[in-house]
Design a protein around this ligand. Structure first.
Ligand code: NAP
Length: 482
């Protein structure tokens, strides 16, 4: 006899919607998705800054079970991705299973089940799927005087659309993917754009053409053409980026470095500006930025690259350590995210009251990025140290979900009541991961959000092929079944 467990899914972003669709498809109906906001979409709901797009091609950054023939661009804008996610939720009829405006505050494993406190009341689940995202909590810079600025000042992930930008003096702090897209999108709208660069970035040249009507119609009428395109993009991505970054000596990474270097040489005419834009570390050491137009944008007459160190923020603008004050009307903090949060601030208590905060006191970790010892029947999608940044996270989450369901089947089949990674397996995995990370490009000498407090990349250091193999099915010897 199969037992139908009750599931709670935390978060209605890309991974939460995926989980709901897949549970429904598996004939499981006893579940709810808790979403603290009043709309689904996760990162695509929260990040609405001008120029936002995904730098994974749209035909790859989509669910395998819901291809979309209508993508407008090779790299479609964020709003389109959000509509796509909403459309999938509607089409697969999972919208109604999302409990909006409900934040999960606490989860405790007791008597074989998860007891969950939410802002809408308590719940109990046999299985919890944490689909809480990776880059979720904005990181605000510790700059003196940040609260003293006279004008609007906001984080890139909290864009204030009420603030008029036309003709005004805008300061953008940071040169990550967000800042680069904002710069390109805003430079022709604003009066003056000051880009405050602490570290120069390599820019990988990509074209972002519109997908014309004829191609969209062809994809609509010929699903095979679309799946072939997806497969082709997946292969390109995997061979030339995903597998390149995990081997700092691979021919692919050298080719990628050459392309970035050539892009800088060919795109930036002024030798002085070119040198200020030239990073002093290897391309893809930091998360590689792909942009069709950043170098053009930063060479506009009203764009100013500021490379002195920031001293403080004052009511009128940003004061540099050189003493120079850049007077500004609006400041955008494109300063990234707190990358070690995952499920937190939810208070999560596993077997015998062990707290996740304590287990993760040094840094977050999980066996295969999915399961934490002593936290049975709790599975993370896009959890700590997984394949972030160089893969389609949708593909990653789909594979992880398939893997998790094989563990859940053990419970459904009555083979066990509780399943979690064994301590030995989790420790071995972590040790192997740290060792493998040494030969990745991420450890070749740069500061980046990939690196944890020890300077070890908090990411999957192996090929995507290896990830696929691992996700094909759990090795039960690595799990504790109770
Ligand atoms: P990020 O890559 O973490 O960049 C943060 C930027 O802020 C860095 O340039 C950093 O400088 C700077 N910064 C931080 N604190 C500062 C301070 N106190 N003073 C001056 N500068 C400071 O953040 P992000 O751009 O939001 O991107 C995060 C990740 O989200 C990306 O790597 C990517 O994975 C994802 N993302 C993807 C897309 C896309 O698909 N196109 C778009 C946006 C984001 P340092 O470099 O010196 O640390």
């Amino acid at each position: 006899m199969r037992r139908d467990p009750r599931f709670v899914i935390v978060g209605a972003g890309m991974a939460g919607i995926l989980s709901a669709v897949k549970l429904k498809e598996a004939g499981l109906s006893d579940f709810v998705v808790y979403e603290k906001a009043d709309r689904l979409g996760g990162t695509w709901r929260e990040n609405t800054y001008p120029g936002i797009a995904c730098d994974v091609p749209s035909h790859l950054y989509s669910y395998s079970f819901a291809p979309n023939s209508d993508w407008s661009h090779v790299f479609s804008p964020g709003a389109e991705i959000l509509s796509y996610l909403e459309d999938v939720a509607r089409r697969f009829d999972v919208q109604r299973l999302v409990r909006y405006g409900t934040e999960v505050e606490r989860m405790q494993f007791q008597d074989g089940r998860w007891h969950i406190d939410t802002t809408s009341g308590p719940d109990v689940a046999d299985v919890v799927i944490a689909a809480t995202g990776v880059l979720h909590h904005p990181s605000y810079p510790d700059i003196e005087g940040i609260d003293s600025f006279d004008g609007p000042i906001f984080h890139s992930a909290r864009w204030d659309h009420d603030v008029a930008l036309e003709g005004r003096r805008i300061g953008v702090v940071g040169t990550g993917s967000s800042a680069i897209q904002i710069t390109s999108a805003l430079v022709d709208t604003v009066g003056e754009l000051y880009l405050f660069q602490r570290t120069a970035q390599w820019i990988f040249p990509v074209a972002n053409p519109a997908i014309d009507e004829a191609d969209r119609a062809r994809f609509g009428s010929d699903p095979t053409a679309m799946s072939e395109l997806r497969e082709h993009l997946g292969q390109l991505f995997e061979e030339n980026l995903a597998n390149a970054v995990v081997d700092a000596d691979s021919p692919q990474i050298h080719r990628l470095e050459e392309m970035c270097s050539l892009n800088l040489e060919e795109s930036v005419g002024d030798p002085e500006l070119r040198e200020r834009l030239r990073p002093d570390y290897r391309a893809a050491c930091k998360r590689l930025i792909a942009s069709p137009d950043f170098y053009q944008a930063i060479q506009r007459p009203n764009a100013h690259l500021v490379t002195d160190d920031i001293d403080r923020i004052e009511p009128e603008g940003i004061r540099m350590q050189s003493g120079c004050l850049h007077e500004l009307d609006v400041v955008v903090l494109a300063t990234g995210f707190r990358v070690d949060r995952f499920m937190r601030p939810i208070e999560v208590l596993g077997r015998n009251g062990v707290s996740l905060d304590e287990v993760w006191a040094e840094r977050p970790s999980a066996y295969l990025a999915i399961s934490v010892p002593e936290f049975p029947n709790l599975f993370m999608l896009n959890g700590p140290n997984g394949p972030v940044g160089n893969f389609s996270l949708i593909d990653v989450a789909e594979m992880q979900f398939g893997y998790v369901m094989q563990l859940v089947d053990l419970v459904r089949d009555g083979r066990c009541g509780e399943v979690s990674a064994s301590r030995e397996a989790a420790e071995r995995f972590e040790a192997d991961r740290v060792e493998a990370a040494k030969k990745t490009i991420w450890m070749t000498g740069c500061r980046s959000w990939y690196l944890d407090d020890r300077g070890v990349p908090a990411a999957w250091p192996w090929t995507f092929g290896r990830f696929r193999e691992e996700m094909a099915g759990p090795n039960l010897a690595d799990y504790e079944l109770v």
